[in-house]
Design a protein around this ligand. Structure first.
Ligand code: HEC
Length: 420
């Protein structure tokens, strides 16, 4: 199919100046740009259409034409479509990157002045918004909230369960109440004995929820997440994340107050839950704690790379309840750095040979995606998991490891399950 498209494009390319054949008129034959519409529809309108995550719509030719110069920059720098990962030794689910053919088609079209893709140019539709296969539990913030601090306001809300819930989350989604206000959000469960502590924090704060700015949620796995372009968490078939029985459920929302438009936020969480799954999953986050004593970047240093490997046996048992007797399977990978991040990799090492699970060559703090692997990767006894990060300095100042945005991090999160 791709070959056919290529031939069509090649056949329609105007002949070079002076080489027009005698039978045609002096102006070059019109190129058919209808494929541009197909590519934009396939690659862009899922986010760039009304009520979706992007700030402007690309469903009409006029809108896309107006955006064309910015599109050219975004495509050339690979900022759009947002997918900071480059080729690894594995394939990721839902890879958004443009193929070389799509990329040159869009760039040629922009160079040609973004002409209409037909007469009249057809309007584009968006692929359907992702939804859960089934919603078993919907938990909503008890009251609407207006951010109290600016520009950032990180707020925790205790979501009370209707009764006892147990089992495995197999799909989840956070539905932001006010999309422009919610920068990102996490939904985390905690052991039930923390419920009283959370209620006390909530009661001590006159506004709904409580201030979570100084508080880092514990190491429990996130059951649902909301990041732009990352809406439905759909775990591989037969797998699921265990829910603590009678858990205390917290929604942690990072609000971006400058976007407040008078509409308070009341976000909700939707879960699909199964009683049993074949393969319970757990997250293991490998972080820089072993590097705590040194700086990330020395004063005057422009760039530095830090890498570490962890023996699988040292991390799985202490950090998850996964039965790792036969080894584990990696299902997804996610990297976390702050603003000094440049490049990062996550790997599995076996007998000195490295399998790259994720390779990000232009870190983008706003697009920290969880990359699901098309085929899970085996990790056996004796193998190691590794994370490496390259940071660069903004102004030659020393940068330390730490939690605030002036500090840096290098965390690799692996979603693991037991190998059968
Ligand atoms: C996963 C969602 C998503 C997809 C897919 C996507 N965009 Fe975007 N785009 C955004 C968001 C959100 C922004 C707002 C800025 C940001 O958050 O980076 C944006 C911003 C932009 C901008 C403004 C400049 C910039 O770089 O911020 C351009 C131009 C753009 N997108 C073009 C495109 C094109 C062209 C495509 C398809 C080839 C595309 N986008 C696909 C979500 C998306």
């Amino acid at each position: 199919m791709r070959l056919v498209q290529l031939l069509v494009v090649a056949a329609c390319t105007p002949a070079p100046d002076g080489a027009t054949d005698a039978s045609s008129s002096s102006s070059p034959p019109e190129r058919d740009w209808s494929e541009v519409a197909d590519v934009v529809e396939h690659r862009c309108t899922g986010c760039h259409s009304p009520d979706r995550v992007a700030p402007f719509s690309m469903t009409r030719w006029e809108d896309v034409q107006r955006t064309a110069p910015a599109m050219g920059v975004a495509i050339e720098t690979r900022a759009m479509p947002p997918w900071p990962a480059t080729d690894a030794d594995v394939h990721h689910v839902g890879d958004r990157r443009l193929t070389d053919t799509e990329r040159s088609l869009l760039l040629d079209w922009i160079d040609a002045g973004a002409p209409a893709w037909g007469d009249p140019p057809r309007a584009l539709t968006a692929p359907p918004a992702p939804e859960l296969t089934r919603v078993d539990l919907r938990l909503e913030m008890p009251e609407a909230y207006v951010p109290q601090t600016s520009p950032d306001d990180i707020r925790c809300f205790l979501l009370e369960l209707p009764g006892s819930v147990s089992g495995y989350v197999v799909e989840s989604r956070i539905a932001p109440g006010n999309r422009s206000l919610v920068h990102h959000a996490n939904f985390v469960d905690f052991p039930s004995d923390l419920t009283e502590d959370f209620r006390a924090l909530q009661d001590a704060d006159p506004e709904p929820g409580w201030d979570c700015n100084q508080w880092q949620p514990g190491a429990r796995p996130t059951l649902a997440v909301w990041l732009p372009g990352h809406e439905v968490l759909q775990l591989p078939r037969g797998t699921g994340l265990p829910v603590e029985p009678d858990a205390a459920m917290l929604l942690v929302v990072h609000y971006w107050e400058p976007a407040y438009d008078g509409v308070p936020d009341r976000s909700a969480v939707e879960l699909m839950i199964e009683d049993e799954v074949q393969e319970p999953l757990g997250y293991v986050t490998l972080r820089h704690s072993s590097w705590r004593n040194g700086p990330v970047l020395e004063k005057g240093e422009t760039t530095a790379t830090h890498a570490a490997l962890w023996d699988i046996e040292d991390v799985v048992r202490p950090l998850t309840e996964i039965d790792a007797r036969n080894g584990v399977l990696v299902h997804s990978v996610m990297l976390h750095m702050h603003d000094f991040g440049d490049r990062g990799r996550m790997v599995r090492e076996r007998d000195g040979s490295v399998l790259t699970l994720l390779d990000i060559d232009r870190w983008d703090f706003d697009w920290q995606l969880d990359y699901a692997l098309q085929e899970p990767v085996e990790v056996l006894a004796g193998d190691a998991l590794g994370v490496s990060c390259t940071h660069h300095s903004h102004d030659g100042q020393r940068v330390m490891w730490g939690d605030t945005t002036e500090d840096e991090m290098c965390n690799g999160r692996f979603l693991l399950g037991a190998r059968p």
